[in-house]
Design a protein around this ligand. Structure first.
Ligand code: AMP
Length: 428
């Protein structure tokens, strides 16, 4: 089910996948020995020009599963016939980090095929990206807004496109890109090959996929809820005021390598980063409020090993691909169990062993239960630590009452604010 297990179960090699020599050479140089499950299943189908409905999380090797056959097909269509350079493949992905990551992957596999490729995303000036596009591009990785922007300005046309990839479709819809996606789809040629990837398959995704795919091959490599089985998952129960101290304790005693620490909010990320820095940890924060340059710099430093701890929010962490990341820590427990699965998928990638620690305060205990329900497994509880939770974990009934009280408090607060505003206005 997960890469690590599949590597052992299958004996298929990249040689069995009918790859052209320059691609095979690039993959070998990268050090890939065995194709992952999704690569084994998707590459032959894509090379046969089939549409794909791929249900796979990041960490399964899905980028190579579509990038490798795209390079091979375009190489055959264009390069060998010395056709003029036109845009042949478009890969649409939700975040800039992910876009950059995919483009980096393409660069690796394209090392000896020399196709023209580039990446465009918002949040930075368009000038450099436009210059690249003007030079001619065969494979374009893009986030939706910037793509539509440059199409609107006449720098990009999709009329000669042969292949279209919609990556992380569920995340795209979560991020509100549905209208942008529909606008892009309208501009695609009828005759094309479409590869559709999503980690989950809720109804709106099924609807979208059936509109744009033509008789697709369905390839599923992990159940919606299955986190990587090569990740050991632990939970610490503590109280809110002890969270930072417990985190430092874990960082000093349990983590002997680099780690991503997940937090819920941008401000939370900054606050925690400052506290860690004060405790002499080398930490950087990445989140949506940081500029693209700052984010790339932090990521680069992390990848190079110059910083040990990356404090990240979920959206910012989406595209992070750090090979051999051993540890992930959930400083905040996400209230959506799927987010937990995405987060811990950052460790133990492509068959490597990973460890995920979660630090739960009383109000979050209920989220841990939700996670355990989704993954159909219990997290291993570490109770031997200096900051145990003094408040007993809430039962479902207690949680319900607590929620009710919270809503009441919120309503009272809003009412009080309203009254204050009104009296202020009257006073004027
Ligand atoms: P992805 O799911 O595309 O984000 O890929 C996850 C990670 O696995 C990336 O770091 C890839 O470089 C790596 N990877 C992809 N395919 C293979 C392979 N066949 N063997 C080893 N590592 C791989």
């Amino acid at each position: 089910m997960f890469v690590g297990l599949e590597l052992q179960r299958h004996t298929m090699t990249f040689q069995d996948l009918d790859l052209i020599d320059p691609i095979f050479k690039a993959i070998s140089q990268k050090g890939y020995k065995v194709p992952t499950e999704i690569q084994q299943k998707a590459i032959p189908e894509i090379l046969q020009r089939k549409d794909i409905l791929g249900i796979a999380q990041t960490g399964t090797g899905k980028t190579a599963a579509f990038a490798i056959p795209i390079i091979q097909l375009i190489y055959k269509i264009d390069k060998q016939r010395q056709a003029p350079i036109t845009l042949r493949a478009l890969i649409l992905t939700p975040t800039r980090e992910l876009a950059i990551q995919i483009d980096e992957n393409i660069r690796t596999y394209n090392k000896h095929t020399h196709l023209k490729h580039t990446v465009i995303f918002g949040g930075v000036k368009a000038h450099k990206q436009i210059q690249e596009i003007k030079k001619g591009v065969q494979i374009l990785v893009a986030t939706p807004g910037r793509l539509l922007d440059l199409i609107g300005q006449g720098y990009i046309t999709l009329e000669h496109l042969k292949m279209f990839v919609l990556d992380e479709a569920d995340r795209m819809l979560d991020m509100g890109f549905i209208h942008d996606i529909k606008r892009v789809i309208k501009l695609l040629p009828e005759q094309r090959q479409t590869l559709f990837f999503s980690a989950t398959m809720p109804d709106n995704i099924i609807g979208l996929s059936s509109n744009i795919l033509n008789n697709p091959r369905r390839i599923e490599v992990a159940r919606k809820s299955s986190p990587a089985e090569t990740i050991d998952q632990y939970v610490y129960y503590t109280d809110r005021e002890n969270k930072v101290a417990l985190l430092s304790h874990i960082l000093r005693n349990e983590v002997d390598d680099q780690v991503i620490v997940f937090v819920r909010t941008k401000h939370g990320a900054d606050r925690l980063m400052k506290k860690l820095t004060r405790s002499n940890f080398k930490a950087k924060a990445i989140h949506g409020n940081k500029s693209q340059v700052q984010r790339q710099k932090a990521l680069k430093q992390f990848k190079e090993g110059a910083i040990r701890i990356l404090v990240a929010t979920d959206i910012a962490a989406r595209g992070i691909d750090v090979q051999q990341l051993g540890y992930v820590i959930n400083y905040d427990i996400p209230n959506e169990p799927e987010t937990y699965v995405h987060r811990i998928g950052r460790s133990g990638r492509a068959g490597l062993k990973g460890i995920a620690f979660s630090i739960s305060e009383p109000e979050e205990n209920v989220f841990i239960r939700g996670i355990e329900k989704l993954i159909q497994d219990k997290l291993s509880v570490i109770s031997d630590h200096p900051f145990p939770q003094l408040v007993a974990p809430m039962t479902a009934a207690e949680k319900k009452a607590w929620n009710k009280e919270k809503q009441l408090r919120k309503a009272k607060f809003i009412q009080a604010k309203k009254l204050k505003r009104q009296s202020k206005q009257r006073g004027r």
